[in-house]
Design a protein around this ligand. Structure first.
Ligand SMILES: Nc1nc2c(c(=O)[nH]1)N[C@H]1C(S)=C(S)[C@@H](COP(=O)(O)O)O[C@H]1N2
Ligand SMILES: [Mo]
Length: 243
């Protein structure tokens, strides 16, 4: 088989040289070929590994003081999901809201807002950077996501944590980011319950990630080894989206 191997190697070199263009051509025969899929898979792992190498694993995002708070923190994307279920929950002041936690966790379960409020919380003042060209500094409080994942018995060796939102937005993050000490399941903004425009009942606040990686109006969280993608990520935004 050496000939075939060489052929493959040459093809691979051409494929890598052609970069994304070839990958986007959506050639059926290629995607049906096992070795090509494996190549894509390892290419993704390579990027993943390289990105993790760029910065030390636990690099902390800068934290600020109350004096740095942006007077008028912007809201972007959905401010009040039109989803009838969300509106019904809102009508009852979210007494019936249940966050679903599933996938690779010891015991899939749901959390009411009171359950979440009872967990140890942390507050941090950090900067949010939106790729549309604005940044603002805000103060978020909530549950350390790492301790939350440990509490639900998440498989911490899994690759991804995925999020489904009330407005059909979705995104996913890598496990090291999920366990980062500044990654917070935010329930408050500036000491008040998160207003709808900032993602009530909760958003995942990650100062190490760009705005679009921070899901608002979260309904479900799942731990998985299957790449979940994301709303903007599936349209070409960088999946890693930060440090
Ligand atoms: N559910 C949901 N989450 C979302 C979005 C959205 O439209 N829906 N927009 C994203 C983008 S692009 C940004 S910049 C931030 C905006 O967060 P903010 O409204 O709290 O400023 O939310 C992110 N999370
Ligand atoms: Mo954004």
């Amino acid at each position: 088989m050496p000939d075939q191997k060489n052929g493959r190697r040459r093809f691979l070199q051409r494929a890598l040289a052609a970069g994304g263009a070839l990958l986007l051509s959506g050639c059926d025969q290629l995607s049906r070929s096992n070795w090509f899929t494996r190549m894509l898979d390892s290419a993704e792992k390579l990027t993943f590994g390289a990105q993790r190498l760029l910065l030390p694993r636990k690099a902390m995002a800068q934290e600020f003081t109350a004096a740095d708070l942006s007077p008028d923190f912007r809201s972007n994307g959905t401010s009040n999901p039109a989803n009838p279920l969300y509106q019904a929950l809102a009508a009852n002041r979210f007494a019936d809201y249940r966050l679903q936690v599933g996938g690779l966790v010891a015991q899939p379960r749901t959390y009411s807002l009171d359950d979440l409020k009872a967990l140890p919380s942390r507050t941090q003042i950090t900067r949010h950077d939106c790729v549309e060209g604005w940044s603002a500094i805000g103060k978020w409080g909530g549950v350390s996501f790492g301790s939350f994942l440990r509490q639900v018995g998440a498989d911490l060796s899994a690759k991804y944590v995925g999020f489904k939102c009330a407005d059909d937005y979705f995104t996913s993050i890598d496990m090291p980011t999920a366990l980062h000490p500044q990654t917070v399941l935010a329930l408050t903004y500036d000491g008040q319950p998160l207003p709808p425009k900032y993602g009530f009942p909760m958003k995942l606040r990650m100062p190490t990630k760009l705005g679009y990686k921070n899901p608002k109006h979260i309904q479900a969280i799942f731990v998985t080894n299957t790449y979940p993608g994301g709303y903007w990520e599936d349209q070409g935004y960088n999946w890693f989206g930060g440090s």
